[in-house]
Design a protein around this ligand. Structure first.
Ligand SMILES: Cc1ncc(COP(=O)(O)O)c(C=O)c1O
Length: 360
């Protein structure tokens, strides 16, 4: 068996010990003679998996008691609709900071249901930076303020959160949840698709403050109503059982590793080793503003498209895969989520050194 270092932006690498454990338990989960995929979601055994995953996430993120943790489906994109449907309850108005194409899509979707104010935008420089959070236009009568904490395509992240006072801060944390310590109490709501830092695709985590639940518009589809999902503990219908099981294994792995404080240190080390190398190279050029650089997605360019294609091809032959940047930025994107071991980043830096020497 040969495993590669998979730098995909998502679905992404899962920790090897997690895959091994899932493999071991696949055919006969705890003496049931069936896999987790075949267990009833109403069975005690699955309920145990569900409760454990929920509890582990609460522990890992230190989620205060006045928040509900929902395990839903439909990806972050479904939350682009669910958030306004549930939260545009008083003023029918929300602020969105436009820092990338997912932020743009989220704002576009919210416009169907209310007034959307662009609190700030970095579109003028192809989303290569995060606008100054202290200068963002916060509407006093907004029902919430929406940010994307990490911009997967552009390789940027907020180094400081906007202070929105009493206005609930809502975050799409799809590409950096569990990668660094966040104070959950600063947010009204956090949502994230699981397929980068938590589990295979299918699961969407929503962490929502209780006072924001129960105010959904009448037109809200029942599956998107946080009150329904919260009252039914995310089991209004059949949940994504296997993804939730995998998330539990990933949360256990992360806890054993020392939790988010520890993984954050590792993530910073991984990202810095790439940025330091890029900053000292004459071939590679980082695309994100240095002070806003992501520690999950590292983006850079080479001098031309031919060389970029050669880089991607030769890297893949060397077992370093999925490095092609998003078409809107071009170049290379290196996604180094929690499961990417430091050895993978070292192997990539070594490859980049050799490639630079050979292609000067
Ligand atoms: C920041 C961010 N938001 C939203 C999405 C869309 O997520 P999903 O495919 O789970 O709907 C992605 C996907 O890469 C993302 O990176």
């Amino acid at each position: 068996m040969k495993r590669v270092y998979n730098f995909s932006p998502g679905p992404s690498m899962l920790p090897l010990p997690v895959l091994e454990k899932a493999q071991k338990e696949l055919l006969d989960y705890q003496g049931t003679g069936m896999s987790v995929m075949e267990l009833s979601h109403r069975s005690q055994l699955f309920q145990g998996i569900f409760d454990c995953a929920q509890q582990l996430l609460i522990e890992l993120m230190d989620i205060p008691q006045n928040y509900k943790v929902l395990f839903l489906q439909g990806g972050a994109t479904t939350q682009f609709s669910a958030v306004p449907l549930n939260l545009l309850s008083k003023y029918k108005k929300a602020d969105y900071a436009i820092t990338g194409s997912f932020a743009e899509k989220a704002a576009q979707e919210a416009k169907r249901y209310g007034i959307v104010n662009h609190a700030a935008s970095s579109e003028d420089k192809n989303f290569s930076y995060i606008p100054d959070v202290d200068k963002m236009k916060i509407s006093p009568d907004a029902d919430y303020f929406h940010i994307t904490t990490n911009n997967t395509i552009y390789g940027t992240k907020y180094s400081k959160l906007p202070d929105t006072g009493d206005i609930p801060l809502v975050a799409d944390m799809s590409s950096n949840i569990l990668s660094q310590v966040y104070d959950v109490s600063k947010f009204g709501l956090i949502y994230a698709g699981a397929q980068k830092n938590m589990a295979p695709s299918g699961l969407t985590v929503v962490i929502v403050r209780e006072d924001l639940i129960g105010k959904a518009m009448d037109i809200t589809p029942v599956m998107l109503d946080y009150k329904v999902q919260s009252d039914k503990n995310s089991m209004y219908n059949t949940p994504t059982t296997f993804s939730i099981y995998m998330a539990k294994l990933v949360f256990e792995w992360l806890k054993e590793l020392g939790g988010i404080t520890e993984i954050e240190k590792i993530n910073i080390e991984k990202a810095n080793s790439l940025y330091d190398f890029i900053d000292n190279s004459s071939l590679y050029k980082g695309t994100a503003n240095p002070k806003d650089r992501s520690i999950m997605n590292v983006t850079f360019t080479l001098p031309n498209e031919d060389l970029t294609a050669k880089f991607v091809k030769e890297a893949s032959q060397a077992g370093l895969t999925n490095l092609k940047g998003h078409r809107s930025v071009g170049g290379i994107r290196v996604s180094i989520y929690n499961a990417m071991p430091i050895e993978g980043v070292k192997a990539l830096v070594d490859f980049m050194k050799d490639f630079e020497l050979e292609n000067k």
